[in-house]
Each structure stands twice: as structure tokens, then as C-alpha cells.
Design a protein around this ligand. Structure first.
Ligand SMILES: [Zn+2]
Length: 114
């Protein structure tokens, strides 16, 4: 599962941060995951729940995931459509060639540690 390796990457990043700042416990991890990132948020959360329990640093950590909306730009009329799901066609001119603008981010927003 793709999400498992992402969670593993996140956890090693957290261990690095904890070492750097001399912390021993992660309390909250805030992530932003865009709808076009290809990440299934439920799977990511599931992977985090399992893997975070394996290390004392992250055993009690809670994960907060924010999904940012994606924007599509219409090639016909230039309309920008902000949406959670890819639209089939532009609502203004029915053009079907829509180019995604962003929305593919996987960002570690904030980590609370003590
Ligand atoms: Zn259009």
C-alpha cells in the first residue's frame, strides 16, 4: 500500500524533528493532503494508527488531516473551478479540457511535541 510508505516517511521525519529539538513525545501531527495527491486519506490514517504505535515517540500522537480543495482551469474560457472532485466539463462553456492547478500537495503543516 502506497500510504504505508508515506506514513513511514512521515514517522522518520518526526523522529528526526524530535532529535533535533530534544523532544520525547509527539502530541499532534497536522498534515495537508490535496485531493490530487493520489493519497487515500482513510488508508493514510489507518497506516498512521498502526505504525505510530510501534515507537514510544509517536505512541500517543494524534493525526489531523486537512484536505485542501483542488482548482481546475478551463482551457476554453479560463474559468477557475474549485472542487473536491474532477468536473466532467466546464460549467460555463462545457469545455472538457480542464487543467488541474495544485491540489497534489502532501505537506507536514505542524507538529506539536513535548
Ligand atoms: Zn470554460
Amino acid at each position: 500500500m502506497h500510504e504505508m510508505s508515506l506514513v513511514q516517511g512521515l514517522l522518520s521525519q518526526l523522529h528526526g524533528l524530535a532529535r533535533e529539538h530534544n523532544k520525547s513525545k509527539v502530541i499532534t501531527v497536522r498534515m495537508e493532503i490535496g485531493p490530487l495527491s493520489g493519497v487515500v486519506i482513510d488508508s493514510f490514517q489507518f497506516g498512521f494508527d498502526i505504525l505510530s504505535k510501534e515507537a514510544p515517540l509517536t505512541r500517543e500522537a494524534s493525526l489531523v488531516i486537512e484536505s485542501s480543495p483542488a482548482t481546475y482551469r478551463c482551457c476554453g474560457c479560463g474559468l477557475e473551478i474549485e472542487t473536491e472532485q474532477r468536473p466532467d466539463a466546464c460549467p460555463a462553456c462545457t469545455e472538457t479540457l480542464l487543467i488541474p492547478q495544485g491540489g497534489d500537495d502532501i505537506i507536514l503543516r505542524q507538529v506539536e511535541m513535548e
